[in-house]
Design a protein around this ligand. Structure first.
Ligand SMILES: [Zn+2]
Length: 126
């Protein structure tokens, strides 16, 4: 009798190995993208504050108390500003590393960054 298994033993191990790798990658990337996100606020190109997006908060910019920010569930937004166009407020909530909003009239920018941000986009020496 010729018994033909569906999988060779070696294939099963290979498959298990791949699954394990995928799981590992998922865990690593999942944490990097979700857990450790923060935002940088810069005035005139100078970083004045780094905000942890894992904690909800509301605060005003020290340099301009009319500009207020809100952090909700891992996202941050300009919620009020004394600028004429209000484009910054209309940008809404940002949550992904690399997203940014700016208040051009007040020269304030908001950039979301991941802690493992290896994009090399960051030109600010801090
Ligand atoms: Zn604005």
């Amino acid at each position: 009798m010729d018994k033909r298994p569906l999988f060779h033993r070696r294939d099963v191990w290979l498959l298990a190995g791949l699954l394990l790798l995928a799981l590992l990658g998922f865990l690593l990337f999942g944490r990097g993208a979700r857990g450790d996100v923060s935002a940088r606020i810069a005035v005139d190109g100078q970083v004045v504050r780094t905000v942890d997006l894992t904690k909800d908060s509301d605060f005003a910019l020290e340099q301009n108390p009319h500009i207020r920010f809100s952090v909700r569930e891992g996202a941050i937004a300009f919620v009020s500003s004394d600028c004429p166009d209000r484009l910054c407020v209309h940008s809404g909530y940002l949550s992904r590393p690399g997203q940014m909003a700016a208040c051009l009239p007040r020269r304030v920018s908001l950039t979301v960054i991941g802690t493992d941000d290896s994009d090399g986009v960051d030109g600010v020496a801090y």
